[in-house]
Design a protein. Structure first.
Length: 251
């Protein structure tokens, strides 16, 4: 109970810090008729997802990033590959992505090779690379702080029941989506990252691959680093980094 209470306390503080102070309540009330119906339907669907322990959040327009992360990961692990280098893992992830029809929905260039040096630096020192990636991004100062807070809070969610984790993340995502001070680019980076975190943490609880995969800090930092470029890079960099770290831990 103490862990859950701390988790919820940090979540509350995080949401407050990521919520716009300039939302006009009069405008909000004026749109209440339509918005309340939409929000009600989304809340009902989210409640069903929590009950059934699935990771989707239909309200997040970048939800596909997390889904593809898990789909590609599942295919990779099912192949039982024994690759030991970043380049080898990257090549196989790219091959799997090329065969996945949903990847085409991202409408993004996939031909750029993985940044091996960047991934190695994340593996060597994920915390430092996280700070560096966020600091050097094009996000606004407020969005940088919001994303940093989320990534730090995620460390406390790893040992929670997934229902608690899921509710925490979708509440956070809601606060980001309704923040009128965040730019579209801010929201794209944050919501792509949160989607990958939400799905990757779910994968830890999903048999039969739970013994072969454990999400890690490097996996999530790879997602942040890649999201600054685009959604596909977020997915691939998160996967490659996470797989490499899991391989090293198994040796």
């Amino acid at each position: 109970m103490k862990n859950i209470s701390l988790c919820l306390l940090i979540l509350s503080l995080l949401i407050i810090s990521c919520t716009s102070d300039t939302i006009d309540t009069a405008d909000s009330n004026a749109d209440n008729g339509t918005d309340s119906k939409v929000n009600s339907k989304e809340s009902e669907k989210s409640a069903r997802l929590v009950e059934n322990l699935t990771p989707e959040n239909p309200a997040n327009v970048y939800d596909l990033a997390g889904k593809l992360h898990n789909d590609l990961l599942e295919t990779y692990l099912a192949g039982n590959y024994q690759y030991s280098t970043i380049a080898q893992i990257s090549e196989q992830v790219e091959a799997i992505a090329a065969a996945n029809s949903d990847v085409a929905h991202l409408n993004l260039e996939r031909n750029l090779p993985a940044n091996v040096e960047e991934i190695q630096e994340i593996i060597n020192n994920p915390e430092a690379k996280l700070d560096e990636a966020i600091a050097n991004s094009s996000m606004t100062t407020a969005a940088k702080s919001c994303l940093s807070g989320f990534m730090n809070a995620a460390l406390l969610w790893e040992n929670e029941a997934y229902g608690v984790i899921y509710q925490s993340i979708i509440s956070y995502e809601s606060s980001v989506m309704t923040n009128s001070n965040f730019s579209d680019e801010d929201k794209r980076i944050i919501l792509t990252t949160s989607s990958i975190v939400r799905y990757s943490l779910y994968y830890d609880t999903k048999p039969p691959y739970d013994e072969d995969w454990e999400s890690n800090v490097g996996n999530r930092v790879g997602g942040v680093s890649g999201a600054i470029d685009n959604s596909y890079t977020a997915i691939s960099r998160s996967l490659i980094t996470g797989i490499m770290i899991n391989n090293l831990a198994a040796d």
